[in-house]
Design a protein around this ligand. Structure first.
Ligand SMILES: *Cc1c(COP(=O)(O)O)cnc(C)c1O
Length: 487
C-alpha cells in the first residue's frame, strides 16, 4: 500500500441506499411478526435450500439487497418457530419486537460491556439491580448478565465452589481440595448443573442426586440423610442446588425448607430459577417461590419468561465480595484508572467473559415500555392456561395427565388402557412428530416417572386458550387415526 492507495471502510458508499434497504427490513419485520399466527409454526427445509449452506466462503462482494433476499428466502422460512403462538416445545421464550429493536440499537451503539465508563454499563448495572429488586435480593448483592441460564448456573456454582473449597482454589486448583466437595440436587436437575460441575473439575461424582417425591420435588429427608452420609464418609457437603421450576414438569422445590437446612449445616444454597424465579413478579402465583430470596446465589433467565430475544441470562450472588473475588483479574493491558474510559469498575470482574454485548438494553427497554406488572400478569396468564389445558385433558377420555401441573408445563399422553407403555411411546411420538411436521403446533416430549409423555410448556405471550383447544382436538384426532391404521 502506498500513501495514494484509496482507503476503504465497511461503511456503505451511499447512506441513502442503506436507509432504503434498512427501511425495507423494518417493514418486512413488522409484517413478519404481525402475521406470525397465519404461518406454520415450523417447516422442514428442502434439500435444495440445505445445499445453499454448503457453499465456500464468499471472497467477493454481493449487494446487500441480494444478501437480504437470500435471508428472506432461505433463513426466515425455516426458523424454530418459538415466536409462534402454538410453540410449546422444550422451554423457550417467544421474543418481543421492542427487544429486537433494542438488539439493533445496541449493535449500533456498539459498546463493549466488559467494563468502561459508558451509559451502556449503567444500563447493564441497572438491569441487574432491577432483577435483584424483583427477586427480593438486598442492594448489597451482585449480579451479572450472561448468555443464558447455563452460564448463569456456571457463574454461581463457581462462586460456591471457591467459597466452600477449604483452600484458595484459584491459586492451588482443585487437586488441592482437602476433602471432596459434594453438591446436592433432585433427580429432576437440568443438565446445565451437571455440565457446570464437570467443567469446574469436580466431576459428575460430586453431584449427589436426591430422589424426588410424587410431585417431583426434592425429598428433604433424603437430602438430609445424604448430607449426613457424606460427612461421615469424609466428604464436604458444599452446596444444595434447588430448582424453582423443573424442566420436566415445572415442580418447585421447597426452598424454605432447603434454605433452613443449608443454614443449619453451613452449606451454600443455590437456586436454579431459570424457569420459575420470575414467578416472583406474578401477582397471583408469587407465593409459589417463597424462599428464593434466601438463596446464596440464583440463576434466572430473562430470555424465558421475560421473552427477551435470545440470549440473556442472569446470575445473582448475595455476597458481592465473594463474587468479585472469584472472577476479578486484570492483565497489565487492562489496568483500572481513576478517570477516563477505564474507570468506574469492570463488569468483567463478575463473570468469565471479557468482551460482553449490550444485551441489557433489550431487557431495559421492554421492561420500561410494558412495566414489570404486565410481565407478571403474563406469567399468571400462562399458568392459568396450563390449568385450562390440564382440565381439558382430565375431561377427555382419550388423554391422561402424566404429572401434576404445578406451573406452566403440562405432561400428558394419548391413552389406551390396553396398550403397553412402549407402544404408547411410539404412538405419542408419532403424534408429536406429525404435529411438528404439519406446522400446526410444537409440543416436545419427555419421560417422567419412567413413562414417556408429550410435554407442553406454555411460556408464550401469544398463546390463547383456543390454541390449546385446537391442540387437544388434533392430538385426539391423530391418536385415533393412527390407532385405526395400526395392523
Ligand atoms: C433452560 C434451563 C437451563 C439452561 O438455561 P439456558 O438459558 O438454556 O442456557 C438451566 N436450568 C433450567 C431449570 C432450565 O429450564
Amino acid at each position: 500500500m502506498t500513501t495514494d492507495t484509496p482507503e476503504e471502510s465497511l461503511d456503505p458508499a451511499n447512506w441513502a441506499d442503506m436507509h432504503k434497504t434498512a427501511s425495507r427490513m423494518i417493514d418486512d419485520a413488522v409484517a413478519h411478526v404481525e402475521g406470525v399466527r397465519e404461518r406454520p409454526v415450523w417447516q422442514q427445509m428442502p434439500q435444495s435450500v440445505r445445499e445453499g449452506f454448503l457453499t465456500p466462503a464468499p471472497m467477493k462482494s454481493t449487494p446487500l439487497d441480494a444478501v437480504y433476499d437470500e435471508v428472506l428466502s432461505t433463513v426466515f422460512p425455516y426458523a424454530m418457530g418459538n415466536i409462534h403462538p402454538r410453540f410449546w416445545g422444550w422451554y423457550m421464550g417467544s421474543s418481543n419486537f421492542t427487544g429486537a429493536l433494542a438488539d439493533f440499537l445496541a449493535a449500533i451503539e456498539g459498546s463493549n460491556l466488559g467494563g468502561g465508563d459508558t451509559a451502556a454499563a449503567q444500563v447493564d448495572r441497572q438491569v441487574v439491580n432491577w432483577l435483584k429488586e424483583l427477586m427480593d435480593f438486598p442492594a448489597s448483592a451482585s449480579g451479572t448478565l450472561t448468555s443464558g441460564g447455563s452460564m448463569a448456573n456456571m457463574v454461581c456454582l463457581t462462586v460456591a465452589r471457591n467459597k466452600m473449597a477449604g483452600v484458595d482454589v484459584r491459586e492451588e486448583g482443585i487437586t488441592a481440595l482437602p476433602k471432596p466437595l459434594r453438591f446436592y440436587t433432585s433427580d429432576q436437575v437440568h443438565s446445565a448443573s451437571q455440565k457446570a460441575l464437570e467443567a469446574l473439575g469436580l466431576g459428575r461424582r460430586a453431584l449427589r442426586v436426591i430422589p424426588s417425591d410424587a410431585n417431583f420435588r426434592m425429598s428433604i429427608p433424603a437430602l438430609e440423610q445424604a448430607i449426613q452420609e457424606d460427612r461421615a464418609a469424609g466428604c464436604e457437603p458444599a452446596c444444595v442446588i434447588a430448582t424453582a421450576g423443573t424442566t420436566n414438569t415445572g415442580a418447585i422445590d421447597d426452598m424454605q425448607a432447603i434454605a433452613a437446612l443449608c443454614k443449619r449445616q453451613g452449606i451454600w444454597f443455590h437456586v436454579d430459577g431459570c424457569i420459575g424465579a420470575l414467578i416472583k413478579i406474578a401477582p397471583v402465583n408469587r407465593t409459589m417461590v417463597e424462599g428464593i430470596e434466601d438463596a446464596d446465589s440464583l440463576a434466572l433467565d430473562p430470555h424465558k419468561w421475560l421473552h427477551t430475544p435470545f440470549e440473556a441470562g442472569c446470575a445473582l450472588v448475595k455476597d458481592a465480595q465473594l463474587h468479585f473475588d472469584t472472577f476479578e483479574l486484570h492483565g497489565e493491558y487492562l489496568e483500572e484508572k481513576p478517570r477516563g474510559i477505564a474507570s468506574g469498575g469492570f463488569l468483567a470482574d463478575y463473570c468469565f467473559e471479557l468482551s460482553r454485548g449490550f444485551k441489557a438494553l433489550k431487557i431495559w427497554m421492554s421492561l420500561k415500555e410494558h412495566g414489570v406488572e404486565k410481565f407478571g400478569c403474563l406469567i399468571d396468564q400462562n399458568i392459568a392456561q396450563a390449568a385450562y389445558l390440564t382440565d381439558l385433558i382430565h375431561t377427555d377420555p382419550h388423554l391422561e395427565l402424566m404429572a401434576p401441573t404445578s406451573i406452566n408445563i403440562v405432561c400428558f399422553r394419548y391413552r389406551n388402557a390396553e396398550a403397553p407403555d412402549e407402544d404408547l411411546k411410539a404412538l405419542n411420538t408419532e403424534i408429536m412428530l406429525r404435529l411438528q411436521e404439519s406446522g400446526l403446533a410444537v409440543p416436545s416430549d419427555t419421560t417422567v416417572g419412567g413413562r414417556h409423555c408429550l410435554r407442553v410448556a406454555i411460556n408464550n405471550h401469544r398463546t390463547k386458550r383456543q390454541d390449546l383447544d385446537l391442540l387437544v382436538r388434533e392430538v385426539v384426532k391423530l391418536g385415533q387415526e393412527l390407532e385405526a391404521a395400526a395392523p
